[in-house]
Ligand binder design. Sequence first.
Ligand code: FAD
Length: 826
Amino acid sequence: MKLVVIGGVAAGMSLAARARRLDESAVIVVLERTRHVSYANCGLPYHVGGIIRDRDQLLLQTPESLQAALHLDVRTGHEVLAIDRASKCVRVREIETGRVYDEPYDRLGLCPGAIPVRPPIPGIDLPAVRVLRNVEDMDAIKARVDAGVTSAVVIGGGYIGIEMAENLRRRGIHVDLVEMSNRILPPLDPEMVTPLEDHLRQKGVRLHLGTTVAAVRAAAAGRVAVELQHGVTLPSDLVILAAGVRPDTTLARAAGLEIGPRGGILVDERLRTSDPDIVAAGDAVEVRHAVLPGDWLLPLAGPANRQGRAAAETALGRDGAAPVVQGTSIVQVFDMTAGGTGASESALKQAGIPYRKIYIHPSGHAGYYPGTAPMHLKLTFAPETGRVLGAQVVGRDGVDKRIDVLATAIRAGMTVYDLERLELAYAPPYGSAKDPVNMAGFVAANLLRGDVAFWYAEDYPERTAEATVIDVRGIEEYETWHIPGAINIPLGQIRRALSRIPRDRPVRLYCRVGFRSYLAYRILVQSGYSDVATLAGGTLTFRAWHRPATTPDPVETMPAEPYAEEQQARATAAAATGTNRVVELDCAGLQCPGPILRLKAAMESLSPGDELVVRATDPGFPADAAAWCGRQGHTVVSIGSEGPTVVARLRKGTASTPTAPAGGNPAAARNNKKAFVVFSGDLDRVMAAFVIANGALAMGSEVTMFFTFWGLNVLRRADAPPVVKGLVDRMFGALMPKGPDALRLSKMNFLGMGTAMMKKTMQEKRVASLPELVASARQGGAKLVACTMTMDVMGLKKEELIDGIDFGGVAAFLAESDQSQTTFFI
Ligand code: FAD
């Protein structure tokens, strides 16, 4: 029996090697176009980056070693030009000599792999534009990099593009990554890749998402100018084209073999093509998916190797059942790791498969043992049976083993109830007694059993408009960032605050990761609330989902982790100027708000210009620290990472030299104070107070507004919950206006007509309304204080006033007034 194999890498070499182990007497010929066989193409980016230093380590075998060990006739530099099915032979060209010859076969193994997609862009064939598919490609890229590349553009944000961006960056090269879709790594769901995009930016990779390359133009000295569609031009020494691959079906099509609907070679469940004497395997074939209907293209090394092995069995007359695929994949992104298995949510939606989903954020291993950080884990499962359909994990440590356990669970057809019961290895350096996989099972099973109900980031804002959205985190966390419109009732206060939470509206709870809000959910549900849900994945998932649309990207405003030389230069400059202190603060293992609270305390003990180097493992810390520094007037010098640890270098600001980064609160730059006593409840007077207050804020002043007597009406909520009061207090309450919108003019009110006319005129002349002025003052950092003494006199309760204000007496006001340049009495 003579077996000829086309392609000598993953699928082809597995096929040939397995065939030899099954049949010692077979004649086995492997024809490979390139000069290398059985090489580790997955390792190619890491040799360019210098991590795999020895090139020979990538070359796993040679024709000689394969001849010696397996008695294989491996011919590198031999390209198959055509398959003649009728006479069962292939036409071969020896590339070096140009000799063409026919090689007969009894069985043919077709494993030609995939071809890089080359979009029809002007200039795509310039020598500076390279693809990375084999050893020759790698050698060419590495030679160029070694010769001195300072900037590179990577086209494509898939696995290979990301790996190349990282490895070029490691070589000190400025890297721009251009991706057509508005997110990187399309196999993962969009909200899962946000932390990776942030991390790439922190590492200095400039991302250009949602745009394409329009042209590559030759420039002086072998350089090129990469023109993006939205008008940006990126000068560059090297362009890596990593825009995806397509199955190489050239030979198959020419030979009349059937092609599948996705453009790959069609094979049956035993990897036979439409010709029974030809088997095919690897990137070139379409394969069945374990979760999704139909056949799929999955250009991954694991499936290629397993298919090669199965195809050998079929070729030699055994039952070579093709293993189904499930797209289990993993990628390193600098200090982070991202992986997925089974169906993504996007794929489930597209296929119309019903599913439920959960998000959790457990640590890679016990939080008290150094070197860990929370991960983002997403699980999808069938609503009826709980069968696991897909999982994605993004984090720092322990991502790979969770993906592999979940991949095994999917393959075994396990359910979320099985995940609850799995017994997994645990010691503090490796995991937790409740492993993230168990935790995913607990949360998913809770959902299916009805012990919890979720709302999702995508429900905001449309589907939460009618709800009371409650942030159950601590006040510091709430103040650092909260979902717009949410009120803050920390978990510890929720039982006492039930009277403030309306029962006739949906209640939507959230916290940072979903645990505290789950506890609050249980309290509310058992207190008789009927429409309650907790935010799946908490603010970590919410912000990942909404960041591009609704919140400024704090990471964008952070300086990128400096290049090695820059880092050295900064350290030297700092040492030369040097009277300022540099203080280290270790917050590793602390969950939010721990790091921010410790940061605040540490900053207080420093002098302006001193620097604080904070180490934290909380993945939200970079964004929180940037936001906090912006508010407080400190500077983020750099944010980088050491393994799973975020390292933030922060410089204390001074009152007279504002150092808030772009987007920071202007109040941080305050250098004087203004105090207001708002005594009046008349619309025109209160308007005047807020106009001046907003002006003062805009000019950098700190503003405190003390509301007393009729002025308290400004702070009243129109929708205040019912509170228990005596008759006189109830009468007072009914007679007084509720909130800024209900105030009337001091003069010419004419039973409300004058007020209405004034509001209309203001609207026509585009003057901000009082509620808008109040909102703007609060946003600008004005401190609103309700006078507790007059509240008592007028029978007003705290629950009747708007959230987020302070309460104080005359002493508190006088203290503010003492520090103020000016006090207004209105
Ligand atoms: P290939 O390995 O591409 O082999 C096909 C071979 O056929 C080629 O060498 C080609 O020269 C030869 N050939 C084609 N036509 C002819 C012809 N007419 N005559 C003779 N020879 C021919 N996958 C992962 O799962 N994880 C990873 O981390 C990963 N990293 C990767 C990094 C890079 C840079 C690349 C390029 C790929 C990576 N992959 C990874 C994908 C993985 O390498 C492929 O899925 C796998 O190699 C496919 O195996 P294959 O045998 O089908 O094709």
